[in-house]
Design a protein around this ligand. Structure first.
Ligand SMILES: Cc1cc2nc3c(=O)[nH]c(=O)nc-3n(C[C@H](O)[C@H](O)[C@H](O)COP(=O)(O)OP(=O)(O)OC[C@H]3O[C@@H](n4cnc5c(N)ncnc54)[C@H](O)[C@@H]3O)c2cc1C
Length: 502
């Protein structure tokens, strides 16, 4: 795609970033950026000649036959060229679109010059797991969705470049295992998901002795149990966990706080606690027929298919069957694609709003579509009908139409009278989202206040209503994104540090 270089709104790109103050960010960008900006400003209009390129993706037939990652890395030359399309604008909206305020223009400038290790170092300065976020973030809604180039052409492929520079750093010894002098204080982290891992990492780098307690045998939370390998292979997470271990973080799997160890015991033994227990309480299906055989919640299905026998969950066979998935988020997309890889005859998504109002990532929707998933938009299930053996046979549905936007700006769906119809399905997967698991009532946990859907209430430093106890991630926000959990984990670590230093 090309566009006129004489674009006043893009002229601001030549401004010196080192002087720029970004809204919501107090620091001026470092002087290194100025050099990068100067070097790349001559290429300011490269985007007019060079279209965006997507990272290499395996074809749908090949990739739907296995669970391996579907994208591979750009080559170095493509990274340099694509990074050179960045106009280094004075007001880097991409940074504002990133919950971690990643210094994207800076590392794009360095990548454009082939200085990949330096680029990776800048990217690691604000993110505890850039190689993970680059794989799973819905960039089209975050950094890439805010790229200034969108006014004229396609955005910079920020996620794919972030993935390349960080993989380059891993394979060229560019990931620093910084160990610092212990400061004599200890912190317990409950939950080894991205929130807990990011908090533990930040605290370890500040000299705290950190122990992470995890109720499951494997570490990573939904990164390992929920997110399928075709989006991120498990070895990527293992590598990151090993870095934390090398930084001195201790992991205690198979221990549930509140059951195996009391919260009060942990409080007595540590200077502070971080709760990163996530939100894994299923939102239930509340329509007639819910008791039929063949109806499953999304998470046990994904965990069983993700981990196999190690999950210790009963297998949910879908080979040769028609699978219907209820919901329109990332979990629903993952269920569809997992069902296809597990041999389902059909995988149909039933979602009550339209595509424009669907919460799932557009990239993952496109990938699911290419792999053969079908979509019934503006459709709501009203009942499940079974066969003589009590197994689900079809989903009775009604067509929907959208009304006015609600408080969150999403248009509310209403049923169309007389529009009922059936969708055949022998397996039904419910992907309606998750809430935090409620604390046991009338226990020591009751000192931690929660809101009306069970989200933990925190102050601006992520501290809960129980002093010394901090929280973040899905447990505070409800089901959300990896990058927000990383942000909360980092923020809580800074809050804990501030609290313990008085
Ligand atoms: C199927 C699926 C796909 C997703 N895809 C994406 C995606 O593509 N991109 C994206 O950005 N986000 C995605 N998400 C969302 C993302 O995974 C979550 O927002 C993120 O993992 C939340 O991180 P967390 O650390 O807050 O919680 P979690 O990842 O849920 O981790 C919490 C951990 O705490 C442990 N725990 C709970 N209670 C205790 C206890 N009492 N004692 C000890 N341990 C305990 C749990 O076992 C768990 O391991 C997806 C989610 C799902 C379910």
């Amino acid at each position: 795609m090309s566009a006129s270089p004489n674009t006043p709104s893009l002229e601001k790109g030549s401004a010196n970033l080192s002087a720029a103050k970004v809204k919501g960010h107090n620091e001026s960008l470092p002087a290194a950026t100025a050099a990068v900006t100067a070097a790349t400003s001559t290429q300011k209009y490269l985007w007019t000649e060079l279209p965006r390129i997507e990272p290499p993706k395996r074809n749908a037939a090949e990739r739907s036959a296995d669970f391996k990652e579907i994208y591979s890395l750009f080559d170095a030359e493509t990274v340099q060229a694509q990074a050179s399309r960045c106009i280094q604008c004075a007001m880097p909206f991409c940074m504002m679109g990133c919950p971690l305020s990643n210094r994207i223009p800076e590392w794009l400038g360095l990548a454009a010059e082939g200085r990949f290790l330096e680029a990776a170092a800048v990217s690691q300065a604000t993110s505890n797991m850039p190689e993970i976020c680059s794989r799973v973030c819905p960039q089209e809604r975050l950094c890439e969705g805010m790229c200034t180039l969108i006014e004229r052409t396609d955005p910079i492929p920020i996620g794919a470049i972030e993935k390349f520079i960080n993989e380059y750093a891993f394979s060229h010894g560019g990931v620093e295992i910084r160990k610092v002098m212990p400061n004599g204080k200890t912190v317990a982290v409950i939950g080894a998901g991205p929130a807990g891992l990011a908090c533990a990492d930040e605290l370890a780098m500040r000299g705290y002795a950190v122990t992470v307690f995890e109720s499951l045998p494997n570490l990573g939370g939904l990164l390992v149990n929920g997110i399928p390998s075709f989006k991120m292979e498990k070895s990527v997470l293992d590598r990151r966990v090993n870095i934390l271990r090398q930084r001195g973080v201790q992991f205690v799997p198979n221990v549930t706080i509140g059951k195996d160890i009391a919260l009060s015991e942990l409080l007595a033994q540590h200077d502070a606690i971080f709760l990163g227990m996530g939100a894994q309480k299923n939102k239930e299906l509340d329509i007639p027929g819910g008791e039929l055989k063949g109806i499953h919640q999304a998470l046990p299905f994904l965990i069983e298919k993700n981990l196999g026998e190690a999950s210790k969950l009963p297998p949910i066979p879908v080979q040769g069957k028609r699978v219907a998935v209820l919901g329109g988020g990332d979990t629903a997309m993952d269920c569809l694609r997992t069902a296809i890889r597990s041999g389902a005859r059909e995988a149909v998504c039933i979602y009550r709003r339209d595509l424009a109002n669907m919460p799932g990532s557009r990239r993952e929707y496109k990938n699911a579509l290419e792999e053969g998933a079908q979509f019934e938009f503006l459709t709501n299930p009203v009942a499940l009908e079974g066969d003589l053996n009590g197994c689900v046979k079809q989903v009775r549905c009604v067509r929907m139409e959208l009304g006015e936007p609600d408080a969150k700006g999403r248009r509310k769906p209403y049923p169309v009278p007389g529009s009922e119809f059936n969708i055949p399905a022998e397996v039904l997967l419910v992907a309606y989202g998750f809430d935090p698991v409620p604390f046991p009532p009338n226990t020591e946990w009751s000192q931690i206040q929660v809101n009306d859907w069970g989200g933990v209430i925190v102050d601006e430093y992520q501290m809960t209503t129980l002093p010394k106890v901090f929280s973040g991630g899905d447990q505070v926000r409800g089901a959300n994104l990896v990058v927000h959990s990383v942000r909360d984990g980092r923020k809580a670590a800074a809050g804990i540090d501030r609290f313990l230093k008085g």
